[in-house]
Design a protein around this ligand. Structure first.
Ligand SMILES: Cc1cc2nc3c(=O)[nH]c(=O)nc-3n(C[C@H](O)[C@H](O)[C@H](O)COP(=O)(O)OP(=O)(O)OC[C@H]3O[C@@H](n4cnc5c(N)ncnc54)[C@H](O)[C@@H]3O)c2cc1C
Length: 387
């Protein structure tokens, strides 16, 4: 397969590189990595800049603010942004998951209201899928939406909802029927903040609180907030996750490539770049990054082409999370005892320690490694089901 850019993609990439050089904050390319979160104001301005330049939702139809471009261009965009360590649009979950869901299943009113606002950053979505008893086994969702006037009253407990603390809308999976498992589930659009809803940030090992619990006690959602048919929530939610997986690998591979350059910089500055053991491990990681990049390109849904094997994104997810953890471990070993120091006196402010702790969640988020292995075994290798 030929993975090089088409002439139109190459033009798009060149234009984007120029735009990034011009619009990223001064000195962005040369700044040292840091574990500090980005200034929320900078993030908001940056999202608005991306939108104004037409770089938000480029695959969406023009009538909703997109450019109607195919996935190849989206991959170029995500790859270049990751390579320049550019901040993501504030509403990535809306752009990559909820927007495509609304385009496929939303009503005309939902599309007209939400889609342009997702791109402008006015509406920021989070996902309310996982629950304390429904993670890997998402079909065990217990959050219940019972008929209440013209709509539903929702009661339940969502958990690990990424960026819910800064979101003002949530795509929620709730049980509306009496059926069990994948049947009787419905996707609902829940505004935030909202009466009967408490968003409680959860602190991670890193000290950041990038995800939250969402506690629902009789929260009202009008019937107009139903996405897709009542009872069809499993199909709608799975479609959303599939949209995200389509291009995620390209971003993950590009981010890992940047991290690898940072490991090389650390090896150089600690005087260990010539150590054959260090070179051996850097080489192995470079091979892994290249493998992830080419495999992710291979999985991109191209117009007129058959979709990728359903389980193939699991291979990318599994190998990326292992490589990410291995890379941060190497960085800590290069620093030796200094790796334990955090704060302003630490190497890059304690960036590598922060990254190592953050990488631990990578084998859990978006489906644990055990689940990815089950998927690969059953759907790619045709082995018997685990249960
Ligand atoms: C950084 C991060 C961000 C997240 N963001 C979101 C979000 O935005 N929205 C959201 O809804 N959720 C989010 N999650 C939740 C994530 O989807 C779940 O944590 C994940 O699906 C695992 O579910 P669980 O934590 O309940 O673990 P469990 O499902 O309870 O699993 C516990 C252990 O049992 C193993 N296990 C379970 N079932 C099997 C099986 N059949 N075969 C073999 N082993 C098995 C698992 O691999 C794991 O080791 C996020 C999680 C993380 C870490």
């Amino acid at each position: 397969m030929d993975f090089s850019d088409s002439p139109a993609e190459a033009d798009f990439r060149a234009g984007l590189r120029d735009w990034l050089r011009e619009h990223l904050p001064k000195g962005w390319a040369d700044r040292e990595p840091s574990p500090k979160p980005l200034d929320p104001l900078l993030l908001r301005r940056w999202s608005a800049d991306l939108h104004r330049a037409g770089y938000a939702g480029i695959t969406w139809p023009a009538e909703y603010g997109g450019q109607g471009l195919d996935t190849g261009f989206h991959a170029v965009l995500l790859e270049e942004m990751a390579r320049q360590a550019a901040p993501e649009h504030l509403g990535m979950i809306g752009i990559d998951v909820v927007g495509p869901v609304l385009l496929a299943y939303g009503t005309a009113e939902q599309k007209a209201h939400y889609l342009p606002r997702i791109l402008s950053g006015e509406v920021v979505f989070c996902l309310g899928l996982s629950e304390p008893e429904a993670g890997s086994d998402l079909a065990s969702v217990r959050t219940r939406a019972v008929p209440d006037g013209d709509g539903y009253a929702v009661t339940g407990h969502k958990i690990w909802s990424s960026y819910a603390h800064r979101a003002n809308a949530c795509l929620l999976l709730a049980r509306t029927g009496t059926e069990t498992r994948h049947q009787g589930l419905t996707c609902l659009l829940l505004p935030l903040p909202h009466p009967g809803v408490a968003v409680v940030p959860q602190r991670q090992l890193t000290g950041d609180a990038n995800f939250s619990e969402i506690l629902l006690s009789g929260a009202r959602v009008p019937a107009a907030g139903t996405v897709g048919a009542r009872g069809d929530g499993w199909r709608v939610a799975m479609a959303g996750l599939a949209f995200e997986r389509g291009v995620l690998g390209v971003t993950l591979a590009a981010r890992l490539e940047v991290q690898l350059h940072r490991v090389v910089a650390t090896a150089r500055s600690t005087g260990l770049l010539d150590d054959p053991h260090v070179l051996d491990r850097i080489g192995a990681l470079a091979v892994e990054v290249a493998g992830l990049r080419w495999t992710s390109y291979r999985l991109l849904p191209r117009p007129g082409q058959q979709g990728s094997a359903a389980a193939a994104p699991s291979v990318v997810k599994l190998r990326w999370s292992q490589a990410y953890q291995g890379l941060t471990e190497l960085a800590l070993e290069l620093l030796g005892p200094a790796a334990a120091v955090t704060g302003d006196d630490a190497y890059w402010g304690g960036y590598w320690q922060h990254q190592q702790l953050r990488s631990l969640g990578s084998t859990i988020e978006g489906g644990t490694s055990e689940i990815q292995r089950n998927v690969i075994a059953e759907r790619m290798l045709g082995l018997p089901r685990s249960r």
